[in-house]
Design a binder for this molecule. Structure first.
Ligand code: AMP
Length: 279
């Protein structure tokens, strides 16, 4: 398996590889969710590039950045088990930011003004700056992103379309634990009590799905906040049902027709997000 620390050498190497090239950007601490994206990319491309880069500019909270789990050796072992064909890019901050020419903020059609964008100022400009830089530098034909970060997937797809980039964005389904908890690098920080409570995120999304068409959206919101209030140790941050293309929130007075439900909750210092389709 080829591992690169600098984009210069990687670009040279990629120029000799057969296309299509699929790319999977990650922040490491790889789990089955990441691996599902990588396996799909391997099926659909001749060459696959996986980046492992904890992007400092997408963290609005210094503590969160300092505590983000990093285990490159374990990640490389996991990647090798999947395929020796994978090309890995593990840059230092300088290799990425030394090569980014500062441009004006991306136009994100308001997609960054709700939910995670509202809660984490600057987060999506941080994500898009680095992803755009990767797309420009490596010119992947396809890039794979998880629906776990649905808002991020939508924003990157928006950029790829509006800037007419060569890279097509492929959204991949959320991989879950047996009790429904969406896999996440942050789950490793949960205590065993918190881990049990964390399944409430998925439970609340299922509860919302089964009631969405029966009651007005305002009552659905009350139902979900009551659901969280019954449980100590977990606090609801937001529950929103929105249009899955525009992220515009539904009208409070009506039951939901078709949409996507989004939840964020904190357990101690750990903040988890999840989402589910309401067909
Ligand atoms: P991250 O390392 O958290 O930045 O995630 C890298 C990519 O993996 C992003 O596109 C995520 O949406 C995706 N991802 C993370 N967790 C999951 C999951 N449980 N299922 C599917 N994709 C995921």
């Amino acid at each position: 398996m080829k591992v690169f620390k600098t984009s210069q050498l990687l670009v040279k190497y990629l120029s000799k590889k057969t296309r299509p090239l699929g790319m999977v950007p990650t922040m490491g601490a790889l789990h089955l969710g990441h691996l599902s994206l990588i396996k799909r990319a391997l099926k659909e491309n001749k060459s696959v590039l996986v980046s492992i880069f904890v992007n400092p500019t997408q963290f609005d909270n210094k503590n969160d950045l300092e505590n983000y789990p990093i285990n490159i050796n374990k990640d490389l072992i996991e990647l090798r088990k999947v395929s020796e064909k994978i090309i890995v890019y593990i840059p230092k901050v300088d290799d990425v930011f030394g090569n980014i020419t500062k441009s004006k903020p991306f136009e994100l059609a308001g997609l960054d003004r709700v939910m995670e964008g509202k809660k984490r100022p600057g987060h999506f400009q941080g994500v898009t700056t680095v992803v755009f830089h990767f797309f420009k530098t490596f010119a992947p034909d396809f890039a794979y992103f998880g629906e776990k970060d649905f808002q991020q997937l939508l924003i990157i797809d928006h950029i790829s379309r509006t800037l007419k980039l060569k890279t097509k964005i492929i959204g991949c389904p959320i991989i879950r634990e047996n009790d429904g908890l969406a896999m996440s690098s942050r789950n490793s920080f949960l205590t065993s009590d918190q881990r049990k409570l964390a399944s409430l995120l998925f439970e609340c999304l299922q509860l919302a799905k089964s009631n969405a068409k029966k009651i007005p959206y305002s009552s659905l919101k009350t139902l979900i906040s009551n659901f969280f209030e019954k449980n100590e140790g977990i606090a609801l941050d937001y529950f929103i049902v929105a249009n899955p293309k525009t992220l515009k929130e539904f009208d409070l007075g009506q039951p939901i027709d078709k949409g996507r439900s989004f939840v964020a909750a904190t357990l101690g210092k750990i903040r988890l997000i999840d989402n589910l389709d309401i067909p």
